[in-house]
Design a protein around this ligand. Structure first.
Ligand SMILES: Cc1cc2nc3c(=O)[nH]c(=O)nc-3n(C[C@H](O)[C@H](O)[C@H](O)COP(=O)(O)O)c2cc1C
Length: 334
């Protein structure tokens, strides 16, 4: 451990095994989920993984999180459904996907060639959908964990209803918990007053981990045509613009639950990764940054390793939860 850090107080423990990348141990253990490093893809920004194999070193990612999968294929929303904004992008894809059966039959076998853990992001319009999806993936050896999307802002009827209501969320998580022995990650919406309260409900109902955040609801108008830039009018904001909000939510969630937290939101560079880890996240998902450069994930792994080595760390675990908070001043406590 570096002399100028404190031991990690929350989040995942780290395995003592090295990942063959030198003396510095980048591996993280999030409960039963072991990752060779803490950099994962964010759902919906990297397809199903395999299609990016010619564009990036897929094997360098700690984990590959799939596009949200439903029981039946979905066409998604009509275009336009993506537009750039300052410091980010808005999307209203609407959970277009090939369906769980096509994924299991046609994609999953190809992913077995890579050491990156496969996490399936699941989505339904009713509790029974999530349960059926969890049952289907339970027997699949190539799937390391499930991430429940209860937070997509781009569909009229769907998971977001679960992500906004603690009671519904609790019922959903305990039903899914009973349907699979895989680690269950619950992905939170930032579009609520207290994501930490929802994290507690999910954890109490049996979630093994929390991931946060999904996109923030936003809007953009073309001033010449006076038309909204998205067909659905509103969409989900992602990219660097949302990072400070994501960091605040991740920090609050870390302090609210006793399980590993996976950070998502606006990661662009190694300082973004470090901020989330220092705040207590055990791993980080990269989304919008991969649109510009699919190699950004692997290059972040390299940069993380160099940066931790430069600062004298021997293991990534030593920086997790190592935030140094200001000491309260006397006048704040008269
Ligand atoms: C085009 C696009 C599609 C997305 N699709 C999904 C999805 O299917 N399921 C999901 O849970 N999140 C989805 N997300 C949200 C991302 O996984 C992530 O939470 C969000 O983009 C914030 O991370 P970022 O700022 O690094 O992109 C999508 C995001 C984008 C930009």
């Amino acid at each position: 451990m570096s002399p100028n850090t404190q031991p990690g107080s929350t989040g995942g423990e780290v395995s003592s095994a090295t990942d063959g990348r030198g003396a510095l141990d980048l591996s993280v253990r999030l409960g039963d989920l072991e990752l060779q490093n803490p950099i994962l893809t964010a759902s919906g920004t990297f397809g199903y993984g395999l299609e990016f194999a010619p564009l990036t070193t897929l094997e360098q990612f700690g984990g590959l999180v799939t596009k949200g999968l439903s029981l039946a294929p979905r066409p998604g929303n009509p275009p336009p459904r993506i537009c750039e904004t300052r410091g980010g992008m808005l999307n209203s894809i609407g959970l277009q996907n090939i369906g769980i059966h096509a994924f299991l039959d046609d994609v999953l076998p190809g992913l077995a060639d890579y050491p990156s853990q496969v996490i399936v992001n699941l989505f339904g319009t009713a509790q029974a959908d999530y349960v059926a999806l969890a049952e289907l993936v339970d027997a699949q050896a190539g799937i390391a964990a499930v991430e429940l999307n209860v937070s997509c802002p781009n569909v009229k009827k769907g998971g977001i209803e679960f992500g906004h209501d603690p009671k519904m969320l609790s019922g959903l998580v305990s039903a899914v918990r009973s349907a699979t022995s895989k680690p269950v990650i619950v992905k939170l919406s930032p579009n609520v007053t207290s994501p930490a309260e929802l994290a507690k409900s999910a954890r109490d109902a049996g979630a093994d981990m929390i991931s946060a955040i999904n996109t923030i609801i936003g809007m953009s108008i073309d001033t010449w045509s006076r038309r909204p830039r998205l067909h659905t009018v509103r969409g989900g904001l992602s990219g660097p613009a949302i990072k400070p909000i994501a960091l605040r939510i991740v920090y609050d969630v870390v302090n609210a639950v006793d399980c590993p937290v996976i950070a998502i939101g606006g990661v662009e560079d190694v300082d973004d990764v470090l901020e989330f880890l220092i705040a207590g996240a055990s791993a980080v998902q990269v989304g919008t940054a991969l649109f510009r450069d699919p190699q950004r994930g692997p290059s972040l792994v390299d940069e993380l390793e160099s940066r931790l080595a430069e600062q004298g760390y021997s293991s990534v675990s030593d920086i997790i939860g190592s935030i140094v908070l200001p000491t309260p001043r006397d006048e704040e406590h008269p």
